[in-house]
Design a protein around this ligand. Structure first.
Ligand code: PLP
Length: 551
């Protein structure tokens, strides 16, 4: 584990406490092992008002610490150790190292009496004399840390215990209305990963809380049986939220199944495609080609169109469907190549669609589809669950003997609970759906997505260095691949410049921008949860990089 204590900056994930008082704010790093130990006690006590009206330390600058104990006949300084630091009260200060150094000799005894330890903080705003409180006198830095803040007695009472009159505190500040909030410090990072990908912060925070206490039950969601009311209720609510958000008409069933979207590549034809029947598949990308390859194992597949020869840079729109085909399969958004069906083709029968990378990004007319499936790990939640929306009247038409777990009809009456479902993944989805609903639903989301993607596409179209790779009319609002323009970067410089772009991007907190190997260059996945600020930051960085290249 990283030694967080040795770094001057808080680490992502570290807990920070912000103590707000009538005298201003103090930020403290609470190292992971401290939370729940001394610092927690302090926070709890402060919440109970124990520190209200108690003389409290102000933020101290340019400090030096000395420690001693009263066992020395002459009073202070007998076992003195010292350390220096620049500030107390800044999140970024290295003070704890020094404090630890200064107090590593500390021993246990009663406070404010002969034999007790103390330390003195000499600071630019006065010397402060702090008692060493009872209990937990470990030599470990973290205990000392807790003590430092728990140990603020009144300066008067400490002054009484001084034997030699030195280091008399120069000032006393009454701190009132202590309010403590703590939060997890997160480095500002914009995650452009294609999946698993960025999720709404609110949803992950809620999910985090549920790990230890789900719905006020006192039991963590990971430890709770799926056959309990709270979980059954949550799954049912997730289903109804999805129904509402996608305006799913009557006659459709919603399932949450394990195995991801790839599992649906076989489950779809097993359930829908008779051995001697034909299904039409559109070949618009790698995932589409995987889906059709799998379907060939269970029936006849007619690949009605393909853009493979042009590295899937567009959606072929004119093609003939096979008369009598059972269904027409489309991949609504091609994650790798950044193309998207803007208008779905009209199927002779019904459409089946893999919507893994753009579900919930825009309104869709579900009634055109016999079946929709989507892995959750882009717009809906974490990996581990796939959502299936199926019109029940298309099931039961094939003659094969379908293994129980592979049969949609097993899961429908069981409400996705035939076996243990991926409860936690469904719960995160539940929180994401709430977030989306509060935001205004998919119609609002579509507008936001248009704004975000237009911002990036405009930047690409006006750039002398970069260009998008997908045909303009088919451009995805979710995944945006881009490369260096051939006329801007010589072939032998391309690789090193790409590396430079990606490395500098990471330094700026712009993560996961590497393109898929089949397209090269870069890809920005800007799913629903990507805030517009992320796209703005990327566009600004691309502009800076372009300036650097052209001088
Ligand atoms: C469009 C599409 N379909 C299917 C998949 C495969 O999903 P899973 O890993 O859940 O099987 C992906 C993954 O990126 C995808 O983008």
């Amino acid at each position: 584990m990283t030694d967080f204590h040795q770094t001057d900056e808080p680490q992502s994930g570290e807990t920070i406490a912000i103590i707000t008082t009538n005298k201003g704010q103090m930020k403290l790093r609470l190292f992971p092992e401290l939370v729940g130990v001394a610092a927690e006690n302090f926070i709890e006590l402060a919440k109970q008002g124990k520190y209200n009206n108690v003389p409290f330390h102000r933020v101290i600058k340019n400090f030096m610490i000395q420690g001693g104990d009263f066992t020395n006949k002459n009073g202070t300084g007998g076992h003195a150790a010292s350390g220096k630091g620049e500030s107390i009260g800044d999140v970024y200060d290295p003070r704890l190292r020094h404090i630890r150094g200064a107090l590593s000799w500390a021993k246990t005894s009663a406070p404010n009496s002969i034999g007790s330890q103390f330390f003195i903080v000499h600071a630019e705003n006065g010397a402060h004399f702090l008692d060493h409180p009872p209990g937990g006198h470990s030599h470990e830095g973290y205990t000392v840390f807790g003590q430092l803040y728990e140990g603020f007695g009144t300066l008067d009472s400490i002054a009484e215990t001084k034997t030699d009159g030195r280091d008399k505190p120069k000032e006393e500040i009454i701190i009132e209305n202590v309010e403590i909030n703590y939060f997890t410090y997160m480095k500002t990072v914009f995650n452009f990963s294609a999946g698993p990908s960025i999720l709404p912060k609110q949803a992950t925070e809620e999910a985090k809380a549920a790990i230890t206490d789900f719905a006020g039950t006192g039991i963590g969601i990971l430890e709770m049986s799926h056959r309990t009311k709270p979980i059954e209720g949550m799954v049912a609510e997730t289903e109804s939220l999805l129904k509402e958000l996608l305006s799913i008409p009557e006659g459709y069933e919603i399932l949450f199944l394990g195995g991801g979207a790839s599992f649906q590549f076989c489950m779809v034809p097993i359930n829908l495609l008779g051995t001697d029947s034909v299904a039409d598949y559109t070949d618009t990308g790698l995932w589409a080609s995987k889906a059709l390859k799998e379907a060939k194992k269970f029936g006849k597949v007619n690949v009605v169109c393909s853009s493979k020869d042009s590295i899937y840079n567009h959606i072929p729109k004119t093609f003939e469907q096979t008369p009598g085909a059972t269904y027409l399969h489309v991949t609504s958004n091609n994650t790798i190549y950044g193309t998207q069906w803007k208008e779905f083709p009209k199927a002779n029968t019904y459409l089946v669609s893999d919507m893994s990378s753009d579900i919930l990004s825009r309104p869709i007319d579900v009634s055109k589809f016999g079946l929709i499936y989507a892995g959750a790990q882009k717009n809906m939640g974490p990996a581990g669950v796939a959502t299936v929306i199926v019109r029940s009247d298309i099931l039961g038409k094939v003659e094969r003997d379908i293994p129980t777990m592979l049969d949609y009809r097993t899961h429908i009456p069981e409400k996705s609970m035939f076996n243990t479902p991926p409860v936690f993944s469904i719960y995160v989805m539940n929180r994401v759906l709430h977030w989306l609903k509060n935001l205004g639903g998919v119609a609002e989301m579509e507008k936001i997505n248009a704004k975000k993607s237009n911002l990036l596409y405009d930047a690409l179209d006006n750039s002398k260095l970069f260009k998008g790779t997908a045909a303009k009319e088919d451009r995805s609002t979710m995944n945006i691949p881009f490369v260096f323009r051939e006329d801007a970067v010589a072939a032998d410089k391309k690789e090193s410049l790409e590396k430079d772009f990606l490395k500098t991007a990471v330094e700026k907190g712009l993560e996961q921008l590497k393109g898929h190997r089949s397209v090269g260059g870069f890809r920005a996945s800007i799913y629903n949860a990507m805030p517009i600020e992320g796209v703005e930051a990327l566009v600004a960085f691309m502009g800076e990089f372009e300036k650097k290249v052209f001088g």
